[in-house]
Write a protein that binds this ligand. Structure first.
Ligand SMILES: [Mg+2]
Length: 237
């Protein structure tokens, strides 16, 4: 198979952490590389707006890190912010009881933090990597009592997310928008949470690129964010 090249009839979906920027221990210190914003805005114009940053971050946080002129989607697809718009501060929150119970699971572990991203709750356990299986089992047991919630694991993170917070459903919904209709979708992502979006792209006649190691449904692969940027730059030529 020939490695895909960017073309004007594509809809491009890009994950943020680990895809456009290297993952860092402190997610607050992750930004685009210096020329990144300009490249993304130029590409979005080439694609006539068909470029979406699709992240698991809270969209208010994501909006601090990528240009306002782009579609910015946070919460794994649950929080959509159109080009030019400011993210809403009135995001729906997770059920208070769920927040409380997941916080109780994290409390015994120093450095393990619970991040509220609207309806999505993320427990970061980078500071206690060995505790992953135990934390996952405990959170799974709690989530069983919340029918609309599922457990999702990523890189050193365990998330409780409502079923509509799904990158695959998000891609499918975008492709039904007028300006995205008929486009061949391409998802680029590095984590397990991106797989649903990749599957949605493949089902819609598009394709996907996995970043870094690990099993993936994506037919193509790049080693890391530097290679993603090289590929995006090639799309400008
Ligand atoms: Mg990622």
């Amino acid at each position: 198979m020939v490695f895909p090249r960017l073309s004007a009839d594509m809809a491009l979906f890009l994950d943020f952490d680990g895809t456009l920027s290297p993952i860092r221990a402190d997610p607050g210190s992750v930004y685009l590389p210096p020329e990144g914003a300009g490249i993304l805005l130029t590409l979005a114009a080439r694609l006539r707006g068909g470029l979406v940053i699709l992240s698991g971050r809270d969209v208010r946080d994501l909006a601090l890190r990528v240009p306002q002129g782009l579609w910015r989607v946070g919460g794994h697809g649950a929080q959509i912010c159109a080009p030019g718009a400011a993210p809403s501060n009135a995001l729906k929150a997770a059920p208070a009881e769920l927040v409380q119970r997941i916080q109780q699971i994290a409390d015994p572990f120093p450095g393990v933090v619970v991040e509220s991203k609207g309806e999505v709750l993320a427990l970061h356990f980078r500071s206690a990597p060995d505790a992953g299986p135990q934390l996952e089992a405990e959170i799974s047991a709690v989530i069983a009592g919340f029918s609309e919630y599922s457990l999702q694991t990523g890189k050193m993170v365990i998330e409780a997310r409502p079923d509509h917070a799904d990158k695959g459903k998000c891609v499918t919904a975008f492709l039904q928008r007028g300006e995205f209709a008929g486009r061949a979708p391409l998802m680029i992502g590095d984590d397990t949470t991106d797989e649903a979006a990749m599957r949605a792209c493949l089902q819609a006649g598009g394709t996907a690129i996995k970043v870094g190691p690990g099993a993936s449904v994506a037919p193509f692969r790049l080693d890391g964010p530097d290679d993603v940027w090289n590929w995006l730059r090639e799309g400008l030529t």
